[in-house]
Ligand binder design. Structure first.
Ligand code: PEP
Length: 251
């Protein structure tokens, strides 16, 4: 039985005051939930503040990105060891905004995944197809290629030490969610692909869904047999909405 997980991706949002207000409202509502693992991923600039606010809450800290190098002349970048030092447990890799806006290719994403693992972080590998790719029937092919790059670099054991988030690009921040059946079909495909390498690891692998998950559609998505929780963007910035989503994933 896989535990459900819900991870909030705040993207480039927040302020010292807003983060405090959000967490002061949110954390008491999350404290009563059982059987679910929770995390939030604020911008780099707020990791230290949010780490302090999360202390003792059971909610983990994550980052939204990392660089492939440990340190050096990479102005504006952040290394895995720095994230670890700030208390991060998770780091997102290959979010579609990184892939499309910053031209991160499958190989770079796979390298970031490996670097995060080496630093003792849990990388959350985001995969997903664009609307055009779905229309052309390429969803499984695209998602498979994104996964294969990580499998080549880190092997199935490495991949299994992280998490996967299936996030159809057309559903991210658009208000258009994949139906539970559409999402389940891709999650099943991902698990089947992993099973070709290691059936036991495939069965244990947490695969989250992301893309316009809201309080009113979370329960139906999380009820699907291969959907193990959610990666939540916009709704993670509203305490009531995020709490309701976490509640839908809890026992
Ligand atoms: C995301 O950014 O990973 C995401 C799923 O965003 P949203 O929930 O806003 O679609």
């Amino acid at each position: 039985m896989r535990r459900k997980r819900v991870i909030g991706n705040w993207k480039m949002n927040g302020s010292l005051a807003a983060n405090r207000a959000l967490l002061e409202e949110l954390l008491p509502q999350l404290a009563v939930l059982e059987g679910v693992e929770l995390a939030v991923c604020p911008p780099f600039s707020y990791l230290a503040q949010v780490a302090a606010l999360l202390e003792g809450s059971g909610v983990a800290l994550g980052a939204q990105n990392l660089h492939t190098a440990e340190k050096g002349a990479f102005t504006g970048e952040i290394g895995a060891g720095m994230l670890k030092e700030l208390g991060c447990r998770y780091v997102l890799v290959g979010h579609s905004e990184r892939r499309s806006l910053y031209r991160e290719c499958d190989e770079t994403v796979a390298e970031k995944f490996a670097v995060a693992l080496r630093a003792g972080l849990v990388p959350v590998l985001c995969v997903g197809e664009t609307q055009a790719q779905r229309r052309q029937g390429q969803t499984e092919q695209v998602v498979s290629a994104q996964l294969q790059a990580v499998l080549r670099r880190s092997g199935v054991q490495g991949l299994a030490a992280g998490l996967i988030a299936y996030e159809p690009v057309w559903a991210i921040g658009t208000g258009e969610t994949a139906s539970p059946e559409q999402a389940q079909a891709v999650h099943r495909h991902i698990r089947a692909l992993l099973a070709q390498h290691d059936p036991v690891q495939a069965e244990a692998m947490p695969i989250l869904y992301g893309g316009s998950v809201k309080a009113d559609n979370a329960a139906a998505l999380f009820a699907q047999p291969d959907i193990d929780g959610g990666l939540i963007g916009g709704a993670s910035l509203e305490a009531a909405a995020f709490a309701a989503i976490c509640q839908a994933a809890a026992r």
